[in-house]
Design a protein around this ligand. Structure first.
Ligand code: AMP
Ligand code: GLY
Length: 368
């Protein structure tokens, strides 16, 4: 099978690594640290009909309708169309859908006007959770004990000063607590196969301190999660969501990434993403012992029953991010990344490149 992965980060490198065990893989645009990266746009790569499957990694091209455009050309695509990607593109839409599907989630209000938003906020016991409706590169959520800070955040978001148009609608939520887990549900429009859960760690510093990042590490399997959890997530969350989507005319073929909190009242859904997590999917996918390309192709074809259930090694996978100086506030770029070959030669270690460029001499350098 010939597979094209669209994207340029660690998630795409992880996908390419695991897909590459069974398929021929090209990544566009990739980065200089990902083997098989090509600058050729995906539309051009598929134009001669030689590509069997395109997997779209990041949310932005999905929200922008890349999957629709490729499907219109007759290409087999793993990734939702713009209608399905709205789940990640608008948190208000996602929350409404969750209620419709009967999935446990935090109580919430969604507001475009300041006074009702502040009224709702003041009616909550705190801590306060304020989110932008639109995409904000993982930075649109404030969780705080301080009502004044939450009010200021609502003002900034609604005024468009904090997140532009993405913030002109805000979601204010009841605060939940408990460990967070990620479940990646491979969906064929009707059915789903939920992969084993993972957990990621977002704060930059040791001991879970400092500002949030895109993720500093991840692990899988999770020792504190009971057997059968993935199946429970499929039944309680993913299948009802796929039904609610179908009722709206949306055929969702791609991954639904469920961000769940294990509360004292049972698992509740914090959010859906329409893509694999980064870096949490890498630790799950690297444990996969079956043919991932075949699984994702079956989902793209709309029939997961044609392939065997995926299998996973019992081995643990632990991912650690080595970030550039100053990350995430102002990452320094252009520093040569040393020790790459030595790291690659460690038995059982896999090196994945994200935010990586190359200098004139061909050395890998920090780029984000
Ligand atoms: P989200 O982008 O919606 O997943 O939110 C980002 C992070 O904010 C989550 O991973 C949680 O750590 C935190 N968070 C979001 N919603 C809540 C909530 N209702 N209660 C407590 N923490 C939350
Ligand atoms: N691991 C967090 C995310 O991909 O959104």
């Amino acid at each position: 099978m010939k597979v094209v992965v669209v994207g340029s980060g660690g998630r795409e490198h992880g996908l390419a690594e695991v897909l590459g065990r069974h398929a021929e893989v090209v990544v566009t645009p990739g980065n200089p640290g990902i083997p098989g990266s090509v600058a050729t746009p995906v539309e051009e790569l598929v134009s001669d009909g030689s590509v069997d499957l395109v997997i779209i990694g990041p949310e932005q091209p999905l929200v922008d309708g890349l999957a629709d455009r490729l499907r219109a050309l007759g290409v087999r695509v793993f990734g939702p169309g713009a209608d399905g990607a709205r789940i990640e593109g608008s948190k208000a839409y996602m929350k409404d859908l969750l209620v419709e599907a009967g999935c446990p989630t935090a109580r919430y209000g969604s507001f475009a006007d300041l006074e009702p938003a502040l009224g709702f906020l003041r009616s909550l016991p705190g801590p306060y959770v304020v989110k932008t409706d639109g995409l904000a590169a993982g930075k649109g959520v404030l969780v705080t004990d301080d009502l004044g800070e939450a009010e200021a955040d609502v003002r900034d978001k609604l005024a468009g000063t904090a997140f532009g148009d993405a913030g002109r609608q805000v979601i204010i939520e009841e605060h939940l607590s408990g460990p967070e887990v990620s479940v990646f549900a491979v969906c064929d429009g009707t059915r789903t196969v939920c992969l084993p859960p993972a957990q990621d760690f977002k704060r930059v510093g040791d001991g879970d301190s400092g500002p949030n990042t895109g993720g500093m590490g991840a692990w899988s399997p999770l020792p504190f999660v009971e057997a059968g959890f993935a199946e429970l997530v499929a039944e309680q969350f993913i299948e009802p969501t796929l039904s609610a989507l179908r009722a709206r005319g949306v055929e969702y073929r791609g991954v639904l990434y469920a961000g769940l909190m294990l509360t004292s009242e049972g698992p509740k859904l914090l959010e859906y993403n329409v893509r694999f997590g980064d870096p949490d999917s890498q630790v799950v996918l690297l444990r996969c012992t079956s043919d991932l390309a075949e699984l994702l192709a079956a989902a793209a074809d709309g029939d997961l029953t044609t392939v065997p259930a995926p299998t996973f090694a019992d081995d643990a996978a632990v991912l650690v991010v080595a970030a550039s100086e100053g990350y995430p506030v102002s990452p320094r770029t252009g520093d040569v990344i040393e020790g790459v070959e030595a790291a690659r030669s460690v038995e059982g270690a896999t090196l994945l490149a994200a935010g990586v460029g190359a200098d004139a001499g061909g050395d890998l350098v920090t780029a984000g």
